[in-house]
Design a protein around this ligand. Sequence first.
Ligand SMILES: NC(=O)c1ccc[n+]([C@@H]2O[C@H](COP(=O)([O-])OP(=O)(O)OC[C@H]3O[C@@H](n4cnc5c(N)ncnc54)[C@H](OP(=O)(O)O)[C@@H]3O)[C@@H](O)[C@H]2O)c1
Length: 256
Amino acid sequence: MPPANFPMKDRVVFVTGATSGIGLETARSLARSGARVVLGVRDPVRGHAVADEIGRAGGNAEVLPVDFVSFDSVRRAAGGLSATQPRLDVLVNNAGVARRRRETTADGHELTWQTNYLGHYLLTRLLLPLLKVSPAPRIVNVASEGHRTGRLEWGDLELARGYGGFRAYANTKLAQVLFTRGPIGYEVWAGIFASQWMKVLTLVVIASLLYHVWVGMRDIWMDYVQPVGIRLVCQVFTIVWLVACAGWAIQVLWRV
Ligand SMILES: NC(=O)c1ccc[n+]([C@@H]2O[C@H](COP(=O)([O-])OP(=O)(O)OC[C@H]3O[C@@H](n4cnc5c(N)ncnc54)[C@H](OP(=O)(O)O)[C@@H]3O)[C@@H](O)[C@H]2O)c1
């Protein structure tokens, strides 16, 4: 149910995956509240059946085909919505899948990743101008508690290695949550830090800090530790510690 302080009457709402489950109930409920619901569906026949049912109940719904396994389809849907609607008040990114076996879309992406995250990310980006026309736009990303077990590996976001159905699903839901919390800042920072030049620069800074630690410690051993044997042990210990620090930095930066 929409909150009481956000009346839905005459708001334009786009719900993806509106032919079953949560998407269908969301579309029905919003239509009952007076919204003009656009049903984002991959099967237009079932979509029209839902639109007819909503119409018979006194609501207002229309169908817009969209299949998230195709970026072209997402672009067409965004173009169609922008051409027919004066504004978009609420975008509900709901359509989702979980696949036991790894499959690749014609766009070359892992299917769960493209359906749940990339496709909706593209849709949202393309619809931003239409959302900005609305006086109070809202974007609702239907994620899942499963996101808590998600682990995004920047080098293997689409799980080319070690694919598991739930693992892939959880990662898409985590990506949705991160997208909801503040996509641009997070992506820009993650992108910069993941770049090779940034890692090399960080390693140079760490190496220079370690070098200065070495120079300082060596002087301390020279000035204050007179027995040569003990001084040697101290210096060897310092070198081992510095090498371990450098190794740890390389491990963290390159995840080796
Ligand atoms: N059910 C739960 O317990 C639960 C819990 C947490 C989060 N969620 C999330 O809630 C959302 C809806 O889940 P649900 O349980 O309602 O699932 P559902 O009943 O299986 O409905 C999924 C909807 O997504 C559509 N869809 C799937 N692939 C699509 C594609 N490539 N292009 C366009 N539409 C596509 C389906 O269309 P078709 O009807 O044509 O198949 C269907 O309308 C998902 O994002 C899911 O991750 C669900």
